[in-house]
Design a protein around this ligand. Sequence first.
Ligand code: ARG
Length: 296
Amino acid sequence: MQQRNTPVEGTAARRNASVAVAAGTVLGLVALSGGTAHAATPTDHGRPVAQIIGGTEKPDGSYPFMAALLIKGKGKPLDRHFCGGSLLSPDVVMTAAHCVDDVKPKQIETVVGRTVLSSKKQGHLRNIRTITIHPRYNGDYDVAFLELDKPVYGIAPVNLPTPGTDALIRPGSKATVAGWGNTDTEVPTHPDRLRAVNVPIVSHIECKATYSNYNKKVHVCAGVEGKDSCQGDSGGPLFRTLKGRKGVYQIGVVSYGDGCAAQGAPGVYTYTGSAQLWDTLWKSAEGKRVKRLLNR
Ligand code: ARG
């Protein structure tokens, strides 16, 4: 089973009622959502997989372009967290479409540059003005853009690869994925402190063999047994550094996987170096708005 969990059916529903509420679909089902706590424990064909899985805690200030998506409300940030994201420009956070296709801007907020979710003094908390889902989103093209109500200055946004190049996704090369997602495939466990793991890029051929709907034009795979992103990491960045270049390059957005960290089932990411992904976005009316925001 592929787990592309929305705030409603997966990550969030497992975590607590408030996220399910904020997901907008289940306003009347608060009590019920508490009962789904075990719903999406990742398994590998029934076998629980080893325990971001296989990663380590990150010190305060790590990966400042990292964003956490929170459902608005009274609960603790840890309980309100439902996805990751990344700062693309002072006004725009990029995330996965499946994270936000069921919510209204008013229902969520994002904090950029925070490492420990409960440390309210860390990072820049922002309301969302608009949500733009990729016009071709249909399982693939799993990317969305959040327009912030106020820019975030003083944090260097993440860089993107030149569209149409694949130099950054050679199979076997190493990338990093970070997030506050599940760290344990047997008992859903959600950390307060940001974690990251280094994962190898997996070839399109291998990925297509595992995932029939894998689309090499807009996907990239990464991970190895014991090292992967997991539920709650969705929307967050897969990134790497480049020799002789400053800054960090984001090559993927956490999208889906069959369980987490299982053998032969790497994580699937929306490929942010895809020419097709950006061309189709820029051609659409909603994409033009994003383009304006990114260029200003
Ligand atoms: N769909 C998941 C989420 O909503 C992310 C799953 C990533 N899975 C993986 N095996 N890399 O958080």
